[in-house]
Design a protein around this ligand. Sequence first.
Ligand code: PRP
Length: 192
Amino acid sequence: MFATSVNASATERPADPRLEGRALRRVAFDEQTIAAKVRELGAQITAAYPDGDLLVLGLLKGSFIFVSDLVRQIQRPLHVDFLVASSYGEGTVSSGHVRLLYDPETTLEGKHILLVEDIVDTGRTLQRLMHLLADRNPKSLEICALLHKHVATELEAPVRFVGFDAPNEFLVGYGLDHAESFRHVPYIASLQ
Ligand code: PRP
């Protein structure tokens, strides 16, 4: 059992074998804190959508754990689908374009669309996606993000449902990766 209390010093906990030998700097949000926040978000979303078709659209890969926990806390009918988006352009610099590698199979027109993101950083990903999805004529289009760094200069749309204000650190766990590792870590942490 790995103790993961908020802001506990990394030296207070045994090494976590999931971390590939990397040392924890700190746990930003532990399992209990995340679970309580997800319940809270689920209640907010339930109240916000009294009627109509609700489609929860998770943005892969980062949101896969958050979406699976969140939808179980929403007490109303809904459908779930996912988006896979990719920035493309020359070299490693984003062109600002977002291309959908996987497009939801369900139609978006006339439905409440809730786009679920793990973390909003620059906001570039969401900014492009919001335009792309708005073109499909949904009844409403809102964003739910577990973490928000509040540094997004590129995102015009408000993030309607926010879990936590994220510290300006590189975070892993609960879906968030570093070079594809650590997504399965059940708490959100920064590494040394
Ligand atoms: C990460 C994260 C968000 C996005 C946030 O995704 O999951 O989708 O970056 O950054 P932004 O606000 O600056 O656009 P990433 O591209 O690493 O893919 P992943 O979801 O597969 O981890």
